[in-house]
Design a protein around this ligand. Structure first.
Ligand code: ADP
Ligand code: LRH
Length: 478
């Protein structure tokens, strides 16, 4: 039996989970959970990365003696280090408005079509490439000698060793998904110095040992290795989709909904670009072909505005509101920024000539119907664009605790939904560590282990496709 600490930092909370893996099974327990609250300072929206690191240390102390540690987090964001290896300022949050209008300037040098053909990444204003273009005019960038993506930064603080883990590097928009290496051509045309990045690491590679000070602070006895995992949380979550075979779609539901397919090669067609599908890199040569949907962020922001303490009661009330009265485009980047979410949703309904939801239950229902609709659209389009049909949709992440969302997703997609595991990213993180110790053979073996050991719930579609078609038409005819 081996124990692995999986540090999983989502946009809404961080957790340190312990996975115990042996010949007969896998058991996951939570050692520590802490909120991840972005902070608004005069310069903009920032991550409290020192607070997160403190949460990681506290979590490792609570985890107790482990055989290895792995770290995954949300994508695209980074810290800059100076020549002494010290962090230059708080990492900028991907919802910070500094990238507004930047993409157009980038496209004047490398047209959007060429950028997609070379990197396979969907357009999102926060891709690291656009963040770096926005940072060019900052006073800080000239002092930066190293750029570490968030999980790599925390790994550096834990071990003193620097690297750039590949799955997360693929969200920078500076990686070629065919070669799975840096796109030197794109970087040089945009004046981005790839020397800022530490050498690439593959999931499973060693990433150093916990430093003496860290051992002291956490009460662990060394040596404790840190293992590079799929450090993009979505890469880890997809690795933990308990699917057999290839005919499955997945939705990683949390702050975001990431809906799509696992493929053996990227889809780089112009049609795919126009549909804004991304090709992020996964474990073992796989590609995550998916679309970003605003996800439960919409609900999180409303709950924050309402100060609702009991999500369960709100979801129960929402389940009694008539279905599909009003829907919004849950893929719309207009919902990216924080603030005024109930009003923004109401305004979107009014603008599309639909009834305006008013009570928290009505707005919640509108959000869940809209998410299910966006899930349906993403999965249907992904199958068509990749020519890869599926028979089942796997839902993983925090949204698996929302039975209404899972049922609506099954109804909207017209496919069975298998919900679970909830802590998929942590489980994917554990599986990669277990594999580097020879306890799991490959991706398929890890998935079989999860199917055997994790609680899963199945939702059958309740066939009313025409109602979903009609709701979709309300959004597309605008
Ligand atoms: P992230 O990793 O992006 O921080 P999570 O995967 O932890 O997100 O999912 C968080 C979301 O899960 C919350 O926004 C909430 O909507 C949902 N969730 C968490 N607990 C519950 C619950 N008890 N019932 C319903 N939904 C829940
Ligand atoms: C989910 C996630 C997603 C990215 C976003 C920035 O946590 O990593 O895959 O697109 O954060």
């Amino acid at each position: 039996m081996k124990s692995y600490a999986a540090v999983d930092l989502g946009a809404s909370s961080g957790r340190v989970m312990v996975g115990r893996v042996g010949p007969d099974g896998l058991e996951l327990t939570e050692a520590h959970r802490f909120p991840n609250r972005p902070v608004r300072v005069p310069e903009g929206l920032r991550w409290d990365v020192l607070g997160l690191y403190a949460g990681v240390l506290e979590g490792l102390r609570a985890a107790g003696q482990v055989d290895s540690v792995g770290i995954d987090s949300w994508a695209v964001d980074y810290g800059l280090l100076d020549a002494d290896g010290a962090l230059l300022g708080n990492p900028v949050h991907y919802r910070d408005p500094r990238t507004e209008g930047v993409a157009e300037k980038v496209w004047a040098t490398v047209p959007a079509e060429e950028l997609y053909a070379a990197t396979g990444l969907q357009y999102a204003p926060f891709n690291t490439l656009y963040q770096l273009a926005a940072a060019r005019s900052s006073a800080q960038l000239p002092y930066a000698k190293r750029l570490l993506l968030i999980p790599d930064l925390l790994t550096y603080w834990l071990t003193g060793e620097q690297g750039t883990e590949l799955t997360n590097a693929s969200t920078t928009q500076l990686i070629d998904p065919r070669t799975r290496d840096w796109s030197h051509d794109i970087a040089s045309r945009l004046g981005i110095d790839l020397g800022l990045f530490a050498p690439l690491r593959q999931p499973g590679d060693p990433a150093g040992l916990l430093r003496g000070e860290v051992l002291e602070e956490t009460g662990l006895s060394g040596p404790v290795p840190v293992t590079a995992v799929g450090s993009h949380d979505t890469a880890s979550a997809v690795a933990a989709v308990p699917a057999g075979g290839e005919r499955f779609a997945y939705i990683c539901t949390g702050t975001w909904s990431l809906a799509g397919l696992e493929l053996g090669a990227p889809v780089l067609t112009e049609e795919s670009r126009a549909a804004n599908f991304t090709n992020e890199l996964g474990l073992d040569g796989t590609v995550r072909y998916l679309r970003n949907i605003m996800g439960l962020w919409l609900l999180q922001e409303c709950v924050r505005a309402w100060g609702v303490p009991d999500l369960g009661a709100l979801l129960l009330d929402a389940s009694k509101v008539p279905a599909l009265r009003s829907v919004v485009d849950a893929g719309d980047a207009a919902f990216l920024a924080p603030g005024r979410m109930p009003e923004r949703i109401a305004e979107a309904c009014r603008a599309s000539g639909q009834p305006v939801p008013e009570s928290p239950a009505e707005i919640t229902r509108c959000i869940l119907d809209s998410l299910a609709l966006a899930h349906r659209r993403a999965i249907a389009e992904a199958q068509r664009l990749a020519d890869h049909p599926v028979d089942v949709v796997h839902v993983v992440g925090g949204g698996t605790r929302n039975a209404l969302l899972c049922q609506l997703t099954a109804d909207a997609c017209g496919l069975p939904v298998v919900a679970g595991p909830t802590e998929a990213a942590a489980l994917g993180n554990v599986l990669v560590q277990a594999r580097s110790h020879g306890l799991v053979e490959d991706l398929a073996d890890g998935r079989r282990l999860l199917t055997r050991t994790q609680p899963l719930t199945r939702y059958e579609p309740r066939g009313d496709a025409a109602r979903w078609d009609e709701a979709e038409a309300r959004l597309t005819r605008r």
